[in-house]
Design a protein around this ligand. Structure first.
Ligand code: FMN
Length: 418
């Protein structure tokens, strides 16, 4: 399966074509069933595009508006180049780090994503299993489709909870208490989605308001494998919050729209302080892209900031988190943890984010491609692929330890040394 070149941001597209002549044999990513043949996240993506129906792909891949933020999230990585060292001992390379004070094999966590039940039944558990096998945290979304208490049973899981604030006060309070009771080790408050982004390609596949169009239904019917693994017991439901939804709105689409309508438009630092009071473990705020907000966070008692644009799904024409990362790190110093989420598809992306000041990155689509392609094994494969790429590139850069990676290894393409 070939992914069309225009699917990638421009600089990567040019880079892609250097090894080919017009008329060269067409290159194809591997989209088959043998997971051992996966070379890169793109192979998992290609299989995802082969297996998933159109409306699922739109939900997974799409961004808001012109999809300018979505494109920027990839472009920004191409604007940084590496100046590798040579003649250093690269025999032993080490990616180990610490995530909220506990040892971790690499600086990565699986980002919260809602509605994973449209990819396959049991998807939240599968994401948790894949993350757990790799020894990294899995952040479960308020809009996930399996009860957090069930997901918490995955052996060895580092389980975090992502909170959306909607409806009455008792909803967030109950969710936070439940997350604590089932062993979640950190809480992530998402702050950039109180008004749902204008994802028009996603909407176009549901032309009849809250219902799928006939062509969408027809296309779904052409994907029997997806039907068998996803809708075999009916539509997924928002298992953690469905009891807060009035009975007459509990249908799949209806409940999603009802919850969307109940999001607090006035979510602010006062609410952050209230949540902080109730939740005693590590507490992160997710979705910041403005340096003034980063400065403001220093006056709060949160433990960390997650820079991100919700994978380009909320504001259009926004900067990418990587664009503001170096300055955000200067502002924050070592007073707060600073994480980044958005556009991670390669081990090199993680190394660049680390060099520019991120403590940890969160993967959204990269691990979802693994899920769609091969379930829990695919999630694990996605993380291990990124890890193998990081280990190799560390050697290429002549940097034996992740901890030794600093910004002076990188140079911006518009600021190359003469
Ligand atoms: C399908 C999908 C669903 C998402 N749902 C949520 C969510 O429920 N809560 C949340 O905080 N972020 C959500 N996000 C944003 C991710 O947590 C993450 O920040 C984003 O995917 C990062 O970009 P990437 O996909 O390029 O890695 C979602 C992203 C995707 C792609």
């Amino acid at each position: 399966m070939a992914i069309r070149r225009k699917d990638w941001a421009l600089p990567l597209e040019q880079h892609d074509s250097v090894a080919q002549l017009d008329g060269s044999p067409r290159r194809r990513f591997y989209a088959g069933g043998d997971i051992a043949r996966v070379e890169a996240i793109n192979d998992l993506r290609a299989r995802t595009h082969k297996l998933m129906p159109r409306f699922v792909l739109e939900y997974l891949e799409g961004g808001a508006g012109e999809e300018a933020t979505l494109a920027r999230e990839r472009e920004c990585f191409a604007e940084w180049r590496v100046m590798p060292h040579t003649l250093v001992d690269e025999a032993h390379r080490d990616l180990t780090t610490s995530i909220i004070g506990k040892d971790a094999p690499l600086p990565l966590a699986v980002a919260p994503t809602g509605l994973n039940g449209v990819f396959m039944r049991g998807a939240d558990t599968a994401l948790a299993q894949g993350a757990s096998r790799s020894g990294v945290p899995f952040i479960q979304s308020t809009m996930s489709n399996e009860r957090m208490e069930d997901v918490a049973r995955v052996p060895g899981l580092r389980h975090w909870w992502q909170l959306y604030v909607f409806g009455g006060e008792e909803i967030w309070q109950e969710l936070v208490d439940r997350a604590d009771a089932c062993g979640c080790e950190a809480l992530v408050l998402t702050t950039n989605s109180q008004i749902f982004g204008q994802r028009e390609w996603d909407s176009r596949t549901r032309v009849e308001g809250q219902r799928p169009s006939w062509s969408t239904v027809f296309d779904a019917a052409l994907h029997p494998r997806w039907l068998a693994t996803t809708l075999n017991r009916g539509m997924p439901e928002f298992a953690n919050v469905i009891e807060f939804v009035p009975k007459e709105h509990r249908g799949f689409f209806d409940s999603a729209f009802w919850i969307r309508g109940q999001m607090w438009r006035n979510l602010d630092w006062k609410t952050v302080a209230k949540i902080r009071d109730r939740w005693k473990k590590p507490f992160f705020v997710k979705g910041m892209l403005n340096l003034k907000d980063v400065e403001r966070a220093l006056d709060s008692d949160i433990d960390g900031i997650i820079l991100g644009s919700h994978g380009g799904r909320q504001s259009d024409w926004a900067v990418a988190p990587l664009d503001i990362l170096p300055r955000a790190r200067e502002i924050v110093g070592d007073r707060k943890a600073l994480y980044l989420t958005g556009g991670i598809r390669r081990g090199t992306d993680i190394l660049k984010a680390k060099a520019l000041g991120a403590d940890v990155v969160l993967t959204g689509r990269a691990t979802l491609y693994g899920l769609c392609a091969y379930g829990a094994d695919g999630v694990h494969r996605a993380i291990e692929t990124l890890k193998e790429e990081m280990l190799n590139e560390l050697g290429q850069y002549g940097i034996p330890r992740l901890k030794a990676l600093t910004r002076d290894l990188l140079v911006r393409t518009d600021d190359l040394p003469l």
